[in-house]
Design a protein around this ligand. Structure first.
Ligand code: ZN
Length: 162
């Protein structure tokens, strides 16, 4: 996934807010929806593009699972129920990011048992500029659909508030 992480995060967070009966934590969902991609900063500026960016720990579901479980335990022990909704919204968006990255990216879903990287569709490297490979692939239509959906939802929410 390329451009639709943030719009997808908006859609999911809207849904979860309704389910959890809250109108808070939209920003938590939006930040989490793009958070794993901060490894791109490391990829370009520190690692000199040596490691495929989906191989960094921040794109590995296992570590998020551990962090999520630890967070739930801490909430339970400290009885800070108010943070439960924020935690659910945060980790749901992280896993949504990883799921969407699995469409054409490569995600190591079975780490640490296996380092096999799962993906649904292969995007062939046809163009020198790698961005074009994704934009001119049919899966980009999925991204456009998500973006249109999110914009529609945004307008709908805006209208109902005014
Ligand atoms: Zn990503």
């Amino acid at each position: 996934m390329f451009l639709a992480h943030l719009p997808a995060g908006y859609i999911l967070t809207n849904y979860l807010q309704k389910k959890l009966n809250t109108n808070r934590f939209l920003w938590v969902g939006l930040v989490a929806s793009i958070l794993p991609d901060i490894d791109l900063v490391y990829f370009y500026f520190f690692d000199h593009r040596q490691t495929l960016h989906h191989s960094y720990w921040i794109h590995v579901p296992f570590y998020w699972l551990i962090l999520g479980l630890l967070t739930l335990i801490i909430i339970r022990l400290t009885k800070k129920q108010a943070y439960l909704a924020a935690t659910i919204i945060f980790f749901a968006n992280i896993f949504l990011h990883l799921l969407l990255d699995t469409i054409v990216g490569k995600i190591e879903w079975l780490q640490p048992l296996s380092s096999y990287a799962y993906y649904l569709f292969d995007v062939p490297a046809k163009y020198d500029f790698w961005v074009y490979n994704f934009i001119f692939h049919w899966t980009f239509l999925l991204e456009i659909t998500v973006i249109v959906w999110a914009v529609y939802l945004l307008f709908k929410n805006y209208k109902s508030k005014n």
